[in-house]
Every structure is written in C-alpha cells, then in structure tokens.
Design a protein around this ligand. Structure first.
Ligand code: G4P
Length: 532
C-alpha cells in the first residue's frame, strides 16, 4: 500500500454535536483520555459562555482564546488517527458549527436522556442530512432519570427524520441503572455506582438466556432486557454499515460520559465503521483523497486575540494528496502562489509546527488577511471546493458609521470580519447600505467591539424588520432582473454579488413566491454547490 493510502486509511475526522449541556465537552474529554492525549479529567475547558444567558463580552474573548486551542484535537487510538473538530456550544455561533460540519466525514450526536431531542440538535442534524453525513448517536446521562429508551428512539426518528439502530441497550436507568448490553458483541457492561466509586466490568454472555445475566443485573432487570432485545430484533433491521455510511441509519449507544461508561463500546465501533476521509466535490469535479496532488479548503478563520497582531489562523481541511511545509501552493480565488513556513497541527491543547499532513487532517495556517472562508488551495488546478454554505440569517441590522473620519477603517474591518464568517454582509442600493445578518445578538457585540479595538472604527446598529434573506435563482435572467428592479427595496447583494430577497415576514414571502413562480427562493447559498 502506498504511504498516502496508508495514511488516509488510518484517519477518522469527525465532530461531536449536541444541544448545550448534553455532555459534548465531557464526552470529548473522555475520548481524549482513551487516546492518552490528556492525562487528567478537567483538561478540556467547558464552553461556559453557552451557560450565561446575558452576553458578557470579555468572556467571549476568553472563550475565543480557548476555542483556538480546542478547535481540533487529534489523538491515536488502536492505530487509528482520530481528529475531533470542536463546535461552539453557544447557539449564536451556530454558523460556525455548520461550517465545521463541512470539514468532517462523520459526526457523533450527543443527546441528554432526560431532555431528548432539543432545538439545536434539530438544526444541526438538518445540516448533516444535507450532506448525507454518517451519524452515531450517544444517549448520555443514563445515570440520571430519563425518558424511556424506546420513546427516545421514537423521538430521534421522528424529529430528526433518520432511521436508528440501537447497538447497545440500557438496563434500567437513573438510580437503578445497571449497565448496557452490547447487542452485537453479546456482552454486558455492568454499572455499579456507590457514593464514592464507580465500578464497571465487562461480562461476556453466551446468549440472552445465560443465567449470568440474572446474577449480574438481578432477575427482574434481566427479564426486562430479554423482552427489550426481543422487541428490538423484531422491529429493527440488522445493522448494515452501508446504510450508516450513506447517512440513512444512525447506530445508537447508551452511556454516561461523566462516569466514563458506555464510551469504549462506542469508540471501538466508531473506529471500525466510521468513514475514512471521503471524496469531496469541487465546482469542476469530484476529488478523491488518494489523488497525488494536494488540495484543501479553509472552513474557519480565527482572529488573533492580541490586537497588536492582526494575524489570523485559517483552518484548512486537507482533501487530497500530501501537504508539505514551505512548498508553494496555488490560492485559487486570488490566483497567487503561497507557501507556509509554520503550519500548525493541534494535539489536544498544544499547537506544534508540522512538516506534512494528509487528507482528513486539519492544519492551522497563519494568515495576514489573504484568506476567506471557502478558499481553496491546490497545486495549480483551478477549482473551488463546494459545500461551504451560508444560511439565511435570522437577525438583520443596518451598520451605521458613527465616525466619518474612520470610514476606510470601517470598510476594511467589516470586510475582514465577514470574510472570517463572524456575520454575513449584504449591500443594498442606492447608497451602499450595509446590512449585517446573524443568527444571534452576540455577533453584533462582537463586531462592534472588534471594529473598535482592531480597526479603530465606530459604529452602531439600526434594527431592520426582516425575517429572512433568500438567495434567488431563475433560468430566465430577464425575469430575475425585472424582479430585482421591481422589488429594489427588498433586494441586496451578498459578498459574492448574488442577489438575495429580504423578506419581511413569512406571509410576505409566500405572497411574493406565489407572484413569481419562475423564481426559486433558497434558504441557503448551498444551491450554488448542488452536485450535478
Ligand atoms: P456540553 O459540552 O454539551 O455543554 O456539556 P458538558 O459536557 O459541559 O456537560 C454539561 C453538564 O452535564 C456538566 O455538569 C457535566 O458534568 C454533566 N454531565 C455530563 N455527562 C454526564 C453524565 O453522564 N451524567 C450526569 N449525571 N451528568 C453528566 P455541570 O454541573 O454543568 O458542570 P460541571 O461543574 O460538572 O463540569
């Protein structure tokens, strides 16, 4: 096997997603412990901003610092190189999470067994479904009273529109939680919590009739387990790895992250079934990871915390070939040759300079403003990777310059901040009106603060009553141009000069769509990347 193929087959790149508080941070930490990447619990900082209802700007800044360190965590486990991409917990940073999902090959979704599927989980799963990303579900906090596992499975299937397949099954829950049964390995992982210690032990069982089950979990719970498994086997199709890989079926595991329970079963299955780095689509062709020439794309940009240094770190996902330090690569959007003398990789919380990296890896490139999200690097071929969508923002405000002496700084600042993906910028004529669209209020604070501290520009925001921004396409260019002229008050251009319609309400949108059936209104810019 060539060394490139060997490197690719070792790698698994994924993200853990959850509604805040379901246990993403705790699970990440336990996985790192398994991989020996950290030695003690508590090393991964919880994304605490998600817990403060009011926005505290300095806390955000602090978190931004932490999140650089924890943006990518790599570790080895049983000869597999695992890259976990962190996603921000706070809902106002949902766009960041959506973009991170474009750079992974699979995801693990964490659900709190008491809360079930929560609002943010639904949005995140929509993004996964758009891309057919394989999903594994981990139902967490089984040591606490929660919903009935069958009800949970039902809820997952209904609200997330995905078929599930339990691979482990809980034996009771809450105070009487006895452990999980591994349906495929036919083994029992016994949970035994006393006030001070938690013991776990794996017991192999011959079959469900094995009396060892009764002795381990009491006859009452053994009986319940037998009935549950019988029901599962009659209702669910046997697990088929291909339906998982195509994003149709999500295997489900149960456990308790904080107690390090039920995680190993999932991790061992994960390294067996999770996809190796997959092919990606560019605007000209499909690119396979094993192609010899290096290619990759930027999915995240992180500004430096120190205002004296305006450099940033661009996170690049490698899609094909081998990346090498100090080699010249082609920056497709601006047509320049670029090279990187100190690209970094991330091992748990430390950054280190690397000489080479392979498909599936994420590296950090120091940047002085040449990158924006979605940029592609190649060895000369001209194409751009698809699949970095913008989604319709939910809050719109006009950016008003309050210091005319600093107009240039404001222009530059807002361009760079929106290149980083802090918010979306739409320009409306006449007068070059700048409309900022976000999914959360926090972004406006971030923009105002950063414009002031990094660009010495001042601004305020005037609320605008729009409900959504929709990207427009039409086969007949004349109809689209006519529409844009007639509805000029509701039309703006995004940064790539695509027209968007700013709808005032769902009602107004419906009426307009009815009036113009030839025009398609898209809620994401993903239509640009529809795969032929
Ligand atoms: P998040 O990243 O998804 O937001 O969740 P995080 O891991 O921070 O976990 C949220 C809370 O849930 C934490 O408690 C954590 O200890 C707890 N937790 C995680 N897994 C389990 C579990 O299996 N069982 C139980 N009972 N609790 C669990 P906290 O009080 O908010 O924070 P901390 O002070 O314990 O860190």
């Amino acid at each position: 096997m060539s060394s490139l193929i060997n490197e690719i087959s070792k790698r698994r790149t994924f993200a853990i997603i959850s509604h805040p508080d379901a246990g993403k941070t705790t699970l990440t930490e336990k996985l790192l412990l398994f991989g020996g990447a950290i030695l003690t619990a508590g090393a991964v900082k919880s994304n605490k901003i998600k817990k403060t209802a009011t926005s505290d700007f300095m806390e955000i800044e602090r978190q931004r610092g932490i999140s650089v360190a924890t943006s990518v965590m790599s570790f080895e486990y049983k000869d597999t190189l695992i890259n976990i991409l962190d996603t921000p917990g706070h809902k106002d940073f949902a766009e960041d999470t959506y973009r991170t999902l474009t750079a992974v090959d699979s995801v693990i979704l964490v659900i709190d067994c008491a809360k079930g599927v929560e609002a943010q989980t639904e949005r995140l799963m929509e993004v996964c479904r758009m891309r057919n990303t394989p999903v594994i579900v981990f139902v967490n906090k089984m040591d606490r009273e929660g919903k009935d596992p069958f009800d949970l499975i039902d809820e997952l299937e209904k609200t997330l529109s995905i078929t599930t397949r339990p691979l482990t099954w809980p034996i009771s829950g809450g105070d009487s939680f006895k452990g999980v049964y591994n349906i495929y390995e036919k083994s029992l992982n016994v949970f035994n919590a006393s006030k001070t210690t938690i013991e776990t032990k794996i017991v192999a069982v011959e079959s469900l009739e094995d009396p060892a089950l009764d002795t381990q979990v009491t006859p009452r719970y053994a009986k319940q387990l037998r009935e549950d498994i019988e029901l599962i086997e009659s209702v669910f199709e046997p697990f088929d790895i291909n339906t998982y890989l195509s994003g149709e079926v999500a295997p489900v595991f149960f456990g308790s992250a904080v107690n390090n329970f039920g995680i190993q079963e999932m991790l061992d299955t994960f390294i067996k079934i999770a996809p190796t780095p997959r092919s990606r689509f560019s605007d000209t062709r499909e690119v396979k990871p094993e192609e010899n020439k290096f290619t990759g794309f930027v999915f995240k940009i992180h500004a430096n915390l120190d205002p004296r240094h305006r450099d940033r770190i661009a996170f690049l996902r490698i899609c094909s070939g081998k990346f090498e330090r100090n080699k010249f690569y082609y920056h497709v959007r601006n047509g320049k040759e670029v090279r990187f003398s100190n690209p970094v990789t991330f091992l748990a919380q430390s950054k280190s300079v690397i000489d080479e990296a392979f498909p599936g890896d994420v590296i950090g490139l120091y940047d002085t403003g040449n990158f924006k999200i979605g940029d592609t690097l190649t060895e000369g071929e001209k194409f751009m990777y698809r699949g970095i969508p913008s989604f319709s923002p939910e809050i719109f405000k006009e950016l008003v310059n309050t210091d005319p002496m600093k107009t240039k700084q404001l222009e530059k600042g807002i361009m760079q901040l929106t290149d980083e993906g802090v918010a979306q910028l739409f320009i409306q004529q006449p007068g070059n009106r700048k409309i900022i669209g976000t999914v959360g209020e926090l972004q406006f604070e971030v923009i105002q603060y950063r414009l002031q501290h990094e660009y010495t520009a001042s601004c305020r925001f005037a609320p605008m009553g729009y409900y959504k921004a929709l990207w427009l396409t039409c086969d007949d260019k004349k109809i689209l141009a006519d529409f844009c002229r007639k509805k000029a008050n509701y039309i703006a251009l995004d940064k790539d000069e695509n027209p968007v319609y700013l709808a005032e309400s769902i009602w107004n949108l419906k009426v307009t769509m009815g009036d113009y059936p030839e025009i398609t209104f898209h809620e994401t810019s993903e239509f640009k990347m529809d795969i032929a």
